[in-house]
Every structure is written in C-alpha cells, then in structure tokens.
Design a protein around this ligand. Structure first.
Ligand code: ZN
Length: 291
C-alpha cells in the first residue's frame, strides 16, 4: 500500500471510531447504572424487551402506580390473574368498531413530552393506520364516544394495560428509555388487547424457557396464558416477543427457540406482518378499508 493509501485508511478508521463513540454516548445517556441486561451480547442490547427491561427497573413503584406483571403489563391490585383480552370469553376489552368499519382509539398525549418525542409517538400510532383498520386519534372532549381513551404519559418505565379497560387508561412511555418506535408499537399492541408472543398457549412447541437462568422473582414473567392465537403461526419476529436474554440473571439465554436454537428471536424493530394480521383478525377488519 502506498502512502496515500495508508493515510486514507487511517482517516477512515478515525471516522469509524468517532461514529462508534457518538453511538455509545447517545445510547448510554438514556440509562443510568448497570444491570444484568447490560452484560448481554451487543446485538441483543436494543431489542424491544431489553429496552423495556432496562427502562422498567423501577416501574410500578410510584404510589399511584398499578402493579406491573410480565415485565410491562399493568394490572390493578387483586386482578393479577385477569383473563386475557384475546380469550374467546373476554371480548369486551376490545375497542369499539365504528360503522365505517374502523376502530377509533382516542388518545391524549401528556404535555411532558418534547415536540420531537411527541412526533415519534404520533408516528408510531399512525403506523397502525397503514395496515389495519385501527385509527388512533386525538380525543375530543365533548364526544361521548370518547369516554374511553388512552392517556400517554411519562411515568416510571414502559407499560400498558391489556385491552380497553374503560375511561382513562394510562400507557406509560417514560421519556427516558421508552420513546422508541418499536417500544411504542409494543405498548399500543398491549392496549389493543395483545399479550406477549412467548406467553402463547402453544409456545412450548416453539421455544424452551430456561428457568435456571432467569432472575429470581422474575420467573412469573414467563408464564403461559390461554391466548386465542387467531389462527396465526407462532412468530419469533413479533414485536411482542421477548428476546433471548430477557430477564437473564447470568448472561445466559432465558428463551431458546426449538428446534433450531440459532434462529433470531425478539429482534423486531417494528410490527411483523403476523402482528398486523392478528390486529385485523381480532377487530374483524380483514377486508381492506377504503381510504
Ligand atoms: Zn410487553
């Protein structure tokens, strides 16, 4: 290599290094302190469940907070074993379908957010409109149909109730750690009635849970639920699927896909096509909605 080649190489390496440093900085300023989730392989650190797990270290500990189960699902104390919204017997937690075939979900976004954060939240909400009949739209106070609505607020951590629960319901998206497209989609999917993919009734045919590697006290986060899977296949690419190292106490995997242990799981950066199909099936909007 001649001199100019060497200079070019040095310059290139320098640039790469700067980019890497900036990346580290922007990531690390979101979070404080370290936890087992910080010790997992680099490519697993920014999965939906790793982001949520990191942001939720102190979730559910404010006085007026609901109890948080399964990592990021809010329940009122005493209802920890509430039936899943998507089970056949509990359809009343769905949002209402309007005569025009659409499902309008009114929302209010707290003034805590910056305009940049608000734009990210609204963009994630609008992403549902591209592929489903669900329409998140600002709540109109005087409209009686808007009695039930989502209140997007920055509390401790990222969490949501499962399904519509009546009147105002909080979806917490902490400014620190939760305002990411895939995390917002994940919490909104809970609010629409969906559970985690690895909680599915048929999950044991597709993943193995390694209980010995789970943080003590967090094993309950991996329980199975009698879900209605809407005739959709098990989906490793769902934005609702935990990642391989979710709630690991020892940097070892807690969820391993079977039969092929090397398949990537829980790395979705947006809703999968099966996530979208499930929304459309639950809300009966499979036919294309006319725009
Ligand atoms: Zn969740």
């Amino acid at each position: 290599m001649d001199t100019s080649g060497v200079i070019l190489l040095v310059l290139l390496l320098g640039t790469l290094n700067t980019v890497q440093c900036q990346y580290e900085e922007s990531k690390s300023e979101d979070f404080e302190g370290s936890s087992p989730i910080d010790d997992i392989p680099e490519e697993e650190k920014y999965t939906v469940s790793a982001l949520i797990e990191r942001a939720n270290k102190n979730a559910g500990q404010e006085l007026d907070d609901p109890e948080i189960i399964e990592g990021d699902i809010a329940v009122d104390t005493g209802f920890q074993n509430a039936a899943p919204c998507t089970s056949r017997r509990h359809r009343n937690c769905k949002w209402y379908r309007s005569k025009d075939g659409r499902v309008y979900v009114p929302y209010v976004i707290s003034s805590q957010y910056s305009s940049r954060e608000k734009a990210i939240i609204v963009k994630a909400m609008n992403s549902f409109a591209n592929a489903t009949c669900v329409r998140f739209r600002p709540r109109k106070r005087r409209r009686s149909k808007d009695r039930d609505y989502l209140y997007i607020k920055s509390k401790r951590g990222c969490w949501s109730y499962v399904g519509r629960r009546g009147r105002r319901q909080i979806v917490s998206l902490a400014r620190r750690g939760c305002v990411y497209h895939q995390v917002i989609q994940h919490e909104l999917l809970h609010a629409l009635g969906f559970h985690h993919e690895q909680a599915r009734s048929d999950r044991d045919m597709h993943v193995r849970i390694l209980y010995e590697n789970i943080i003590r006290g967090k094993k309950r986060n991996f329980k199975k639920i009698k879900t209605n899977n809407m005739d959709t296949p098990y989906d490793y690419g769902s934005v609702m699927h935990y990642s391989r190292y979710a709630f690991s106490r020892n940097r070892q995997p807690t969820i391993v896909p079977i039969p092929d242990a090397n398949v990537a799981i829980g790395r979705a950066t947006q809703m999968s096509s099966w996530d979208i199909a499930r929304i459309n099936r639950l809300y009966g909007c499979e036919a294309p909605v006319l725009v």
